[in-house]
Write a protein that binds this ligand. Structure first.
Ligand code: EPU
Length: 342
């Protein structure tokens, strides 16, 4: 039976640990309960907010509506062919638990996405990515509930329109569907895994770990070590990972900027565009490690904004505005937020 709780603190339900209240709150553990929650929300004519583990959201005020926490569990093999295994995972499963399940069973493909906070259902929303791999690379399809009708629809990879931290669920279909499960296509045990270790510090870290012929477990460990060295643990210091996206700019603009800032790093996007690491831009503005009251720019990764304890969401937002403004003034580049603002 669905339990609706009034005046509920969301502090423990967002990794920024911002203390705001929801007018009402419920947790759903089945598709039927989710349907029930949506019926209640419509009947009471309440604004709706769906939460996974709240690892990509910044609350700046109380939410005067119904917050639904998705707690749909389950991990099931659905198909196995010559080279791949297909695993269907409930939207409420913790992403890193799923990665650990893959490593333990020697299913390849998710290892570069180790230690990303959040739930499985939230992951396709913004096509999570790290160290050269995005969820789209191991994605088969997903099931989602239409908020208006309560019907379940299957979306294949093309239909999700994945892009850099983008999907159809953040754009054309924003606010229309709730993801209930995701099916992944992973390399099975018979297939020699094709590892992605060229990106960032993975290779260097594997060498430091004295591992010449890495397995997927080794890659996962290397990624975990890199992330632990740079990124704050939300349970200790509130944060939501990268606060901004890495901006894409025209190659021509980049070449001009390069004349002034000759060590400016870039990654190719296509013939006409390059991506610039936002962390570098922020660091060049001398903002890395800056603390304003209870809000800060993380000292080891400038792309991460942190809550040192009692920050209000607005304090973090003000700091984000300052970062955006300073980067814009120095480089003429506009940073856009990766985190959702509420
Ligand atoms: N850099 C700096 N100073 C900093 C941080 C970064 O100069 O303080 C520069 C360095 O040149 C470094 C480059 O930025 O080589 C890239 O840094 P890093 O490898 O830490 O990755 P990122 O571009 O800052 C992106 C993702 C992360 C993901 C990492 C690793 C985005 C918005 N973020 O960060 O994703 O873990 O790559 O692949 O694309 C997240 O989305 O929450 C997230 C953590």
């Amino acid at each position: 039976m669905l339990q609706i709780k009034p005046d509920f603190s969301l502090r423990k339900l967002n990794t920024f640990q911002i203390d705001v209240q929801a007018a009402c709150f419920c947790e759903v553990t089945s598709v039927d309960e989710l349907k029930e929650a949506l019926d209640y929300q419509k009947k009471q004519d309440l604004p709706l907010l769906v939460l996974g583990s709240g690892s990509n959201i910044l609350f700046t005020k109380d939410f005067n509506g119904l917050v639904v926490k998705i707690n749909l569990k389950g991990t099931k093999k659905v198909k196995n062919d010559a080279t791949h295994i297909y695993i269907r995972v409930g939207a409420g499963e913790i992403w890193h638990d799923f990665v650990k399940f893959c490593i333990a069973n020697n299913y390849a493909g998710a290892e570069n996405l180790s230690l990303i906070y959040g739930t499985v259902g939230a992951a396709p929303m913004q096509n999570i990515g790290a160290y050269g791999v995005e969820i789209k690379d191991i994605f088969e399809d997903l099931e989602a509930m239409n908020i208006e009708t309560g019907e379940i629809r299957v979306f294949n990879k093309e239909e999700c329109k994945f892009g850099y931290r983008e999907s159809i669920f953040k754009n054309e279909l924003k606010g229309q569907y709730i993801i209930t499960s995701v099916t992944f296509k992973l390399g099975n045990k018979t297939k020699k895994p094709k590892l992605s270790i060229a990106y960032g510090d993975i290779q260097k870290t594997l060498l430091e770990m004295r591992i010449p012929a890495p397995t997927i477990a080794d890659v996962s460990l290397a990624v975990t070590n890199i992330r632990m060295s740079k990124l704050p643990i939300p349970a200790q210091i509130g944060n939501a990972g990268s606060f901004f996206k890495n901006p894409t700019i025209k190659k021509k603009v980049f070449e001009k900027l390069k004349k002034k800032f000759d060590n400016m790093p870039s990654f190719p996007v296509d013939d006409n565009n390059v991506k610039i690491p936002a962390g570098w831009l922020i660091e060049q503005c001398d903002l890395k490690g800056l603390r304003v009251g209870e809000a800060g720019v993380h000292a080891k990764q400038a792309l991460v904004l942190v809550n040192y304890g009692k920050a209000k969401g607005q304090e973090i937002k003000d700091l984000a505005d300052k970062v955006q403004q300073t980067v814009e003034e120095k480089f003429g580049i506009t940073l856009s937020m990766e985190v959702n603002l509420m």
